[in-house]
Design a binder for this molecule. Sequence first.
Ligand code: ADP
Ligand code: MG
Length: 956
Amino acid sequence: MQQYHAVKKQQPAALLLFRLGDFYELFYDDAVIASKLLQITLTSRNKEKGQQVPMCGVPYHAAENYIARLVRAGHRVAICEQMEEPGAGKKIVRREVIRVLTPGTATAATLVQEKENNFLAAIARGALAGPGGRARAQRAGASSAGQGSLDLGIAAASEPRAAIGLAYVDLSTGEFRATEFSGDKAEFRLRDEVGILRPREILLPKPRDLFPAAAPAEANGFGTVETQLDEWVFETNQASRLLEEQFRVAVLDGFGLLGHPLATAAAGAIVHYLRATSSIGAGKESTNGAGPSLRPSGTGLEHLDRIAYYEQQEAMALDAVTVRNLELLEPSAGDDASATLLSALDETATGMGARLLRRWIVRPEISLPEIEARLDAVADLRSRMVAREELFATLGQILDLERLTSRVTLGIATPRDLLALKSSLERIPRLRKLLAHGEAPISPANGFSPAPAAVASPAPRLESLAHEMDELADVHGLIARGIADDPPAIANDPGVIRRGFHAELDELRDITKQGRQIIAAMEDRERKRTGIASLKIRYNQVFGYYIEVTRPNLSQVPADYERKQTLVNAERFTSTELKEHERRILTAEERVIEIERRLYAEIRESIAREAPKLRRTAAAVGQLDVLVNFARLAGARRYTRPEFTETSLGVAKAEGIRDEGVREKEAPGRGVLMIASGRHPVIERLLEQQGERFVPNDLYLDEETQCLLIITGPNMGGKSTYLRQVALISLMAQMGSFVPATQARLPLVDRVFTRIGASDNLARGRSTFLVEMSEVAGILNTATRASLVLLDEVGRGTATFDGLSIAWAVVEALHAGARPRTLFATHYHELTELEQLLPGVRNVHVSVQEAGSEIVFLRRVEPGSADKSYGIEVARLAGLPPKVITRAREILRRHEQSEEKLTEELSPGAVPATPQQTSFAALDASVLEALREANLDALTPLEALNLLAELQKQLT
Ligand code: ADP
Ligand code: MG
């Protein structure tokens, strides 16, 4: 136990799996946690100072599975191995931690999800210095590594600005990126980015003081593990040095990190951490090894050979709240798991495609040329039905090239991984051929026999993807020649290398094979010679080859046998001849294993050298997969190609700047958002599955006459659905997908915001009115003219008049400010008055039909406001007693009267209501009463003053 405590001290934050014989044991708190999580029995061990020590264990051969479950549950796991064979003596076996696994550093297939990335992120906070501001920057905790002359444009002699660096890596794919945020929205934008990445683990500097001022909860709500590292790890100079070493370059400029000290610092912290967790056991072989995926050779980081700097503004921005509200990746509480945009759109054939689609969904494009290039490709694939289906089938035969490549460079690829790589590469020429050949679109006119004249050349994007794919004939050939057809699962077992690859190996194999035949022949001969029919020649690990004679036959043993071992029923012997064969066979076998291992390592290494090409190929295959997916969806679901009414985000992108005048008046229709017969891609499918039909709806928005829609109508009328379908259509279009509508003319959107009134998503348990309001504040602060804003029942989380007032003021503020295209669904009827007051505000409503006592939801969006809210009708349908309904109608009437008054007063130009007797009376009856009662004649001046003071006090 002493040894255990010593090891545990080095790994206090990890669950320590301590190897004891055939088990990994956990003790103390670790045991309690693990037994609960893994559902294994908690036992206890020899008392320590009179205390029972809780313990539990998992068999080492099945450990991988258990470890995976611990890591997936967000724990760090340290694996402590026996470093030598348990000897005959009683001395304690040497044990060491050979690896620490954490949620963010996992690479084994059992630990990562096929269709998701497994990100490890790091966040560095500090300041960006203006010229000459290095000293200050250093004081702020991040020096800028000789990059003091940051080009800050206008802010030439400015103070250092607070800034945040973010870096993230997926070890299983090798993707490594970094970015930086500065300015007063830095925290907001960081939170958005982290919300979208959803890293499994985040590295943060240890808080400087004991009571950090309400540390921002970066990791909130995504099951992310936070790991705190010493502050020096996040220091830019040290980070640059580490990164240069890791990428084997002299300067980091080539990665775009120049001038981004905090991005550099965050990336450096990641490399530091990866080295610290993975290199612990580097170069040490444990005697009875853990599975290969737990113990990569080397540091396992060789494949991290590059990083890319990026800017968040390069994509449409979606904050975490919007991602959740639109149910892009995950359904909201209580919903069907298939109720997400991702699952509605993901019919990709490969893990690479699935991961890319996921990335495109949360990071739609804002560059029109890129969007159009994708749309051209989708249009092309959509019309080439035969090729498209064949592409799809071929993609389905390609395994996860990206992760296979990483396993090769990590040094953990098994022989079967290499075969998978080979068979995947074999499909590449087919893909290229299918892409290269133009094919006439199949139109109803020419059926399935296209006229040769109509053959068109493929879309440029498809051509460039074909160009980027490389079948890597060398790699393919090497695997084909080098690896056996049916190799063992583990690289260290014999039989990995194919016959004919290496002459000496084949010779040695022959020797071992012949050797076995020779032994068999010798057994036969010795039986005859001795007359012992039961004589056997066998082999075991400890004693090698031996001749076994059972006890009754011992008298017949010839004199040239040497005794080796005595058993209960038999004796074991050897002979000079057997010893000679044994020597030959065993040396040959050893050599076979040695040569096989060496050859295998060489093969793996020479494939690893092709990693850049493999990765490029994997990326191209992934993108092709997504584009084929879009084309198939477009065909199967009647999606149409969106058109854009703007060519770039241009000036509108500059945050919060009103830009009339700057923007030249262009062709009419510029900036228009027009959707004909739009559908909600997810709900449409869910309804179809139930045999119901989705009712399509139109939408028109522009920048002047109609930029803010107020949508009223009864509960369950389809308001929220209408709002969301607009956002989803915009998003899909900017991903490069066709959209569910008969026609869609769209502006380029820089951001989508969605906010839902608190009571609508109470199920999340965190939706207080406060959260709702802070989210709305976020919109007012960050929305630009190019944004799309969806407000769904905002203001609902508080009392009616509060809520209405806030909603009203929010609409006014949006209108007076950036004036983004906005859809506001509300049950506050009063808001429909705004149509008259503010230009550009329009009312629409979801229609219902009253048929006798029934109301039927038509789900059609029509101009004008709903004539009433139908709440009482719905309540009646639900069976509220007639008495209650009648009374409700009465109360409603009264309320409606007082509301009319309210809107009159809020209207600009309306005369502010003068304080009248009535309102005075309402204010404070008791004051009036006191005044009336006061006998002025009898009061002294002092008493009069006192009374006055008293009355005033009551009023305030
Ligand atoms: P509201 O926000 O007005 O209360 P929702 O948008 O939540 O209404 O819609 C309620 C339900 O009506 C949805 O769950 C959906 O099943 C159905 N629905 C909404 N819009 C449509 C439509 N256009 N066609 C068919 N069904 C719809
Ligand atoms: Mg709703």
